[in-house]
Design a protein around this ligand. Structure first.
Ligand code: ZN
Length: 127
């Protein structure tokens, strides 16, 4: 699948991707939050290439909590993509009997439930 490459700040602003910043003031501040791309554009221009210039970007970006520059950048999403609902990977889709009632009538008790004879499954009063 071909998705347009997102490189410049303008493209990030227009895409579903966000740039999350992790404060690099380890052990002291664990602030994390999305980069305010609009502000980065004001400073660096909308055609600023994030991948080529992220060190420069980091030098302009500081933690709003502790004020330390040079956060660690991490790519994120404005809206959580489908990968978070289990559709990622294209493997087996789990089917619940709640959404597929037909499976209920097809249910067969596994043989091992019957080991020991029917008596072991009685919970009523002894006779
Ligand atoms: Zn911080």
């Amino acid at each position: 699948m071909a998705t347009a490459e997102v490189r410049t700040l303008r493209q990030f602003l227009e895409s579903d991707q966000v740039i999350d910043c992790d404060c690099s003031n380890y052990w002291i501040c664990s602030h994390t939050g999305p980069l305010r791309i609009e502000l980065a554009i004001l400073r660096l221009g909308s055609e600023f290439d994030f991948y080529a210039g992220r060190h420069e970007l980091a030098a302009h970006t500081y933690c709003s909590v502790c004020g330390k520059f040079h956060p660690t950048f991490r790519l994120g999403w404005k809206t959580r993509p489908a990968t978070y609902t289990g559709l990622h990977g294209g493997g087996a889709t789990p089917i619940s009997v709640l959404t597929a009632p037909a499976l209920l009538s097809a249910w067969v008790e596994p043989d091992d439930w019957l080991v020991g004879g029917k008596g072991v499954r009685k919970f009523g009063p002894r006779r």
